[in-house]
Design a protein around this ligand. Structure first.
Ligand SMILES: CC(C)(COP(=O)([O-])OP(=O)([O-])OC[C@H]1O[C@@H](n2cnc3c(N)ncnc32)[C@H](O)[C@@H]1OP(=O)([O-])[O-])[C@@H](O)C(=O)NCCC(=O)NCCSC(=O)C[C@@](C)(O)CC(=O)[O-]
Length: 308
């Protein structure tokens, strides 16, 4: 299979951790319910391709995201090798109870940087979301779990427009204070451009959140995800979220389309000589297989270029 020519560039990390969100963020937006055995096979194949962190599912209210109502059943079917991290999304204590009962060791809380999205995604206000998160994070930490924090709508909100940078930093810093080991900065609707990315990362570090606690999460709605990623790498980011085949979107965010495709990210990182441990050929084969299961082609440019 064709590979990019290797030409390194200065100011970039040697290694990047890809935080794969396809089975969760990717599938949550699919309206036709995917069989649990297919989801399990998808995750197995992603791990076989070398991904060591795969967000597998969500313990949100099943009526809010019917596609992931089978979370417990899915985890029962998975027997992942040692060393593979399999975090799940959890919004509240009820979700945490379900995750603990399923034997989960790592969770991700998801906060909104805007009032409107907090209402639409969490049935909460910007402040009230922390009433939900505080006991959930504390109990998770007491149980020895690792907790990641997402901040959504970091760069723009479909209802509120521009989002003040201070508002984003306030929400993220609060999650870190509550005990999140990592913050994923979400461009939920894919509107960010590189200048914004630099400004936000620097605003977090100026507020005392070190860059090694930050991850980036881009959607590719306006075709900016890879430019934004390389900008974030230059700022010192070494964890990048992406979704195999470019699946994805948030059902509660108007105009959210697919995530940055893991294959597109990998093509760029491979070309730059940045180590990830992920096998591009196996990943393309997996996303092509998954596209067949979903009955539609992958939106990833690299999958389209290499699978044909
Ligand atoms: C947060 C809630 C639950 C509030 O929903 P609510 O209706 O306000 O919940 P509630 O606390 O009032 O409880 C109502 C009933 O739901 C039950 N309940 C309550 N919680 C759960 C649960 N976890 N699992 C199962 N059942 C639950 C609870 O037990 C109760 O049952 P009853 O007593 O009436 O029988 C709801 O709004 C929700 O589930 N939202 C999730 C929406 C979602 O999953 N969105 C997509 C993920 S976010 C995203 O994709 C963005 C991200 C992370 O990728 C980053 C980016 O791109 O920006």
């Amino acid at each position: 299979m064709r590979e990019p020519q290797l030409v390194t560039a200065e100011g970039l990390p040697d290694r990047v951790t890809i935080y794969e969100v396809g089975p969760r963020d990717g599938l949550q937006n699919e309206s036709a319910i995917v069989d649990v055995a297919v989801k399990a096979e998808f995750i197995r194949r992603l791990v076989d391709a070398g991904l060591t962190t795969v967000e597998t599912t969500s313990f949100v209210h099943p009526k809010w995201v019917p596609q992931l109502a089978d979370a417990a059943e899915l985890l029962e079917q998975l027997d992942l090798p040692d060393g593979v991290r399999a975090p799940v999304l959890v919004p509240n204590e009820r979700g945490l109870d379900r995750a603990l009962a399923a034997g989960v060791r790592e969770i991700a809380i998801f906060a909104s940087a805007t009032e409107t999205f907090a209402t639409k995604n969490l049935n909460s206000t910007l402040d009230e979301q922390f009433t939900m998160f505080t006991p959930t994070i504390q109990r998770a930490l007491d149980a020895g779990l690792t907790v990641r924090g997402y901040v959504s709508m970091c760069y723009g909100d479909p209802w509120e427009g521009d989002v003040p940078i201070d508002q984003v930093v306030k929400v993220g810093a609060r999650l870190v204070e509550l005990g999140c080991h990592e913050l994923s900065l979400g461009d939920t609707i894919g509107v960010a451009t590189p200048g914004q990315v630099t400004a936000l990362i620097r605003a977090f570090t100026a507020a005392g959140v070190p860059v090694d606690k930050l991850a980036v999460h881009f959607h590719d709605t306006y075709g900016q995800a890879l430019a934004n990623t390389v900008t974030a790498l230059r700022e010192g980011i070494t964890t990048v979220d992406s979704s195999a085949g470019g699946l994805g979107g948030c059902p509660y965010a108007e105009s959210a389309t697919g995530n940055l495709a893991t294959e597109d990210l990998l093509w760029q990182l491979n070309g730059l000589g940045i180590h990830t441990g992920v096998n591009l050929e196996k990943l393309v084969t997996t996303s092509t297989w998954m596209a067949g299961q979903l009955g539609k082609p992958s939106p990833s440019r690299v999958v389209q270029a290499l699978a044909g």
